[in-house]
Design a protein around this ligand. Structure first.
Ligand code: FE
Length: 351
């Protein structure tokens, strides 16, 4: 009975739609967001935007690769209006594959430094960096001398044999770091370095960055690689177990005496087939407002892209002593090296 009713009502609505076939207007009060930001503290960011603008956010969560695959599959039928990705090379890939709609916004162009957004064309800018994170080395203060791990190169040095813990080589955070290294060292030296890291591993790659920090604290490995916000999260935790763990772990911002520490960017772009373009731009502009930028810094322990904001994050300040030297290389180069890097990883057996 229920089934019959449903079929009947569907038929009626189809009929009605046919009778009153006015063009469907994009709903100005909705924003369809595809997000790779996997940080629970971002919830406040979304709800504040809705509170301020009345625009409701429908969110699809996936990782960078999942979002790009989904956009490809959906093509021009994609409901996506705005895309948030958490890796420079993925942003670059999205742009190259034509997934983004270039936009012009004085607010965004003023707020986001040129090296942290895509190169503008006559159509506008394809994506904007919204926050940054550094990829740093953590080490067991009981076993390792800081001086033996203060460059990325030393992660592959035989003196660190059996010490290294790192997540999968194919994870975007590592692909971008290795892509940057390829820029700095050239492909041959980078491949030798990757091979050196495989030889130095304390265990096969597994888990996320936080798991690597925990493995250092438990003594399973002497050295690990992590994004800064994962460490900051543990440093700011009120859980006594996290506090004890952080006690044992030292942090280095590598390559301060050479090209600087590898920095990655999380950013946003308007989707190529966005139906709610104005809302998407409004949301991007909101994300560079002082409130939202402070949120990135204090909520998820990232660095704001907007200059001149006072960073009020005890963990980040403690980690860096206030400042550090970051590498300066074009993000497009990091992106273009990805395929080369993946082939090197296959050859040296870095899973
Ligand atoms: Fe992450």
């Amino acid at each position: 009975m229920r089934r019959t009713l449903t079929v009947l009502s569907l038929a009626v609505s189809a009929l009605t739609a046919g009778l009153f076939s006015t063009p469907v207007l994009a709903d100005e009060q909705v924003l369809n967001l595809y997000s790779a930001r996997h940080y629970p503290t971002d919830e406040a960011l979304y709800s504040d935007f809705t509170k301020a603008t009345g625009i409701k956010i429908n969110r699809v969560d996936s990782d960078d690769a999942g979002i790009i695959a989904r956009l490809k599959a959906e093509g021009s039928a994609s409901p996506a209006d705005l895309i948030l990705l958490v890796d420079a090379a993925r942003l670059w890939k999205g742009e190259v594959d034509g997934m983004f709609l270039p936009i012009k916004s004085k607010t965004l162009e003023t707020a986001v430094p040129a090296q942290l957004r895509s190169k503008p064309t006559d159509d506008g800018t394809a994506w904007f960096g919204l926050s940054t994170r550094a990829r740093v080395v953590v080490y067991d203060k009981l076993k390792i001398n800081k001086a033996d791990v203060d460059t990325y190169e030393e992660l592959g040095d035989p003196k660190n044999k059996g010490q290294l813990c790192i997540r999968s080589g194919s994870h975007p955070y590592n692909l971008s770091l290795f892509g940057a290294m390829t820029e700095h060292l050239g492909p041959a030296a980078t491949e030798a370095w990757l091979k050196g890291m495989v030889d130095n591993m304390a265990r096969a790659p597994k888990g996320g960055d936080t798991d690597q920090i925990k493995a250092v604290a438990s003594g399973e490995c002497g050295i690990a690689v992590t994004n800064t916000y994962y460490l900051a999260r543990l440093m700011r935790s009120t859980n006594p177990a996290d506090k004890a763990l952080v006690e044992r772990v030292g942090v280095v911002f590598p390559n301060q005496d050479s090209w600087g520490t590898h920095v990655n960017v999380a950013g946003g772009a308007v989707a190529r087939y966005a139906k709610n373009q104005a809302n998407a731009v409004k949301f991007l502009e909101y994300l560079v407002s002082p409130e939202a930028q402070n949120h990135f810094a204090n909520g998820n322990n990232e660095w704001p892209v907007v200059k001149g904001l006072k960073l009020d994050n005890p963990a980040l300040n403690a980690m860096t002593g206030g400042n550090f030297k970051s590498e300066v290389i074009p993000i497009s180069a990091v992106g273009m090296n990805q395929i080369k890097v993946q082939q090197m990883l296959d050859r040296v057996g870095f899973r």
